[in-house]
Write a protein that binds this ligand. Structure first.
Ligand SMILES: [Zn+2]
Length: 288
């Protein structure tokens, strides 16, 4: 008999194209307000795609965006999605002092809760910037009232990653649940299998195979993520960037809308809080 289908977590990191960490050397933060904003239009399209499939998701939203687009925050919540935090200003947690990090997450959570009228339980660090060097950040999240984090990527990557951390959700001594983004274990290493640039780079059939493997072999829910700018073929191009950054940011953007529709059709999707906070997991304090 077939096992019942697993509901996977669909997550969107709500930020605009000029806020991505790889562009930080090229675009100053004080220039953000002068840039053409595309996020409202792009999130609108995502909401349309989700509504067409009657699917709910989790939107990790920047405080900076929420402040400027309060109506967008309300639309996300009104359509039944989970509103969660991506911090205020998209600074990597690893670049902040403990006091600065606490200030950033408190400000974002307060803003999102005030604007939406709903509690904000989840947090994702910009660029998965929590790892061995700053695990204190997880305690700060628990102390500021967050219930879960999805901030550690158990892979090796030039910008982030903590390859030896658990691949699936685990509870810390503080009570905070860490829900890593999904990897597939092959040839003694963890392969990124959960969205972002890899989803645009790899053929769709490979991404689907990886996600199915997690559902069928690991019997676990996958956590998939993407950004509103990844579906935006008309976004202003950033000039003068290095070849690697350019390739990573722009590769296969025209294919993304179709692939997302395929992904929505091929798997069952839901909100992070409904999938992970409802169930119990065993503590793994040593790894945390
Ligand atoms: Zn981000």
């Amino acid at each position: 008999m077939l096992a019942p289908a697993i509901t996977n977590a669909l997550t969107i990191d709500v930020e605009d194209y000029f806020q991505v960490s790889a562009f930080a050397p090229y675009i100053r933060r004080d220039e953000w307000d002068a840039r053409e904003c595309r996020v409202e239009h792009n999130v609108g399209r995502i909401l349309e795609l989700l509504a067409a499939r009657d699917t709910r998701a989790t939107f990790f939203t920047l405080g900076w965006i929420a402040e400027r687009y309060p109506q967008l925050v309300r639309r996300i919540v009104a359509q039944g999605h989970e509103l969660a935090s991506h911090g205020y200003g998209h600074q990597r947690a690893s670049d902040l002092s403990q006091a600065e990090f606490r200030q950033d997450i408190t400000r974002a959570k307060g803003l999102l809760e005030d604007l939406s009228g709903t509690p904000v339980l989840g947090y994702r660090a910009p660029s998965f910037s929590i790892g061995t060097g700053n695990l204190w950040a997880l305690d700060a999240l628990a102390h500021t009232g967050h219930r879960y984090s999805s901030s550690i990527y158990p892979i090796k990557h030039d910008h982030y990653g903590m390859p030896d951390s658990p691949r699936f959700a685990y509870k810390l001594a503080s009570g905070l649940l860490e829900v890593p983004v999904t990897t597939v274990r092959m040839l003694n290493r963890n392969l990124p299998s959960s969205g972002g640039g890899y989803f645009r780079l790899l053929p769709y059939s490979v991404s689907r195979w990886l996600l199915r493997r997690v559902n069928q072999q690991d019997r676990e829910a996958a956590v998939f993520y993407f950004h509103p700018w990844e579906i935006d073929v008309d976004q202003p191009r950033i000039a003068g960037i290095d070849a690697k950054t350019r390739f990573r940011h722009y590769v296969n953007i025209p294919r993304m809308d179709g692939r997302l529709q395929q992904l929505l059709a091929d798997f069952r999707w839901g909100r992070m809080d409904e999938i992970f906070l409802a169930r119990t997991t065993s503590p793994i304090p040593a790894a945390a």
